[in-house]
Design a protein around this ligand. Structure first.
Ligand code: G3P
Ligand code: CA
Length: 252
């Protein structure tokens, strides 16, 4: 069954990488949530796509040079704009979540796809997961665009599945070879690189014994097509549409 993964949470209806976006994603029927981890100056893992905080919050600065206390002072709902042009989360107390907050909250049966953005965040992420319920339950996987990050993650904890994210236009077959040689469970290309007929690429993934995911799919017809070909899962900004397109999940 193809997994619907909420990209940065339900990021079209709530600010990306916030608890609000993750809560809504689960309410909408996502099978899993995807988040981005970065490391603060004082060694705390926080959720943020960018290396800096100005695109989504009211403050500026680079995460690696700010303390958790400084980061938590930011309004994580400041720049979010709803479809009607309003800013419904501005000044509502949304904060940049810590990774610990997410793993404590994650409901039973919901998968966690952790994209490690900064190499320095790799070991702390593994450490944070070490004794966690989500790791014990097999709900978590670690992904990155950087080979060094997934290789390091795998070296530190081979029990957690790792996935190799490919940048747009990156050749897929060499990436599958890399994944096999380095023990990574999955390869996640850019959706457009699967082609109009995704059959051949998905067969190739099967031949290499790897799972294949992709990012970002918001079109319901494409979701259904990819599921019909046995895609492991797709990341989407609209998990409600994903759920509708694929029907009830196994856990529902
Ligand atoms: O899951 C993959 C996707 O999140 C990668 O792209 O830039 O949204 O982190 P980005
Ligand atoms: Ca991501």
């Amino acid at each position: 069954m193809t997994v619907v993964v909420a990209h940065r949470g339900a990021s079209t209806v709530a600010p990306e990488n916030t608890m609000e976006a993750y809560r809504r994603a689960v309410e909408m029927g996502a099978d899993a949530i995807e988040l981005d981890v970065q490391l603060s100056a004082d060694g705390e893992l926080v959720l943020m796509h960018d290396e800096t905080i100005e695109r989504t919050t009211d403050l500026t600065g680079s995460i690696a040079s700010m303390t958790l206390k400084e980061l938590r002072a930011a309004d994580a709902g400041f720049h979010f704009e709803a479809a009607d042009g309003t800013s419904p989360f501005r000044g509502k107390g949304l904060t940049i979540p810590t990774f610990a907050e997410i793993i404590d909250w994650l409901p039973e049966g919901i998968g966690l796809v952790v994209e490690i953005k900064a190499r320095a965040a790799t070991a702390p992420t593994i450490e944070a997961l070490h004794e966690s319920r989500v790791r014990a339950g097999g709900a978590v996987s670690l992904i990155s665009f950087e080979e060094a990050i997934i290789d390091e993650a795998r070296g530190l904890d081979p029990a957690i599945p790792t996935g190799y994210l490919l940048v747009p236009s990156q050749p897929i077959e060499p990436a599958l070879t890399y994944a096999v040689e380095h023990g990574h469970a999955a390869v996640h290309p850019y959706e457009g690189d699967l082609g109009l007929d995704p059959g051949p690429i998905l067969s190739l993934a099967t031949a290499y014994g790897r799972l294949m995911g992709c990012y970002v799919v918001n079109d319901p017809a494409r979701m259904q097509q990819l599921a019909a070909y046995g895609l492991w899962g797709f990341v989407t900004d609209v998990p409600d549409i994903g759920r509708q397109a694929l029907g009830p999940s196994a856990s529902q």
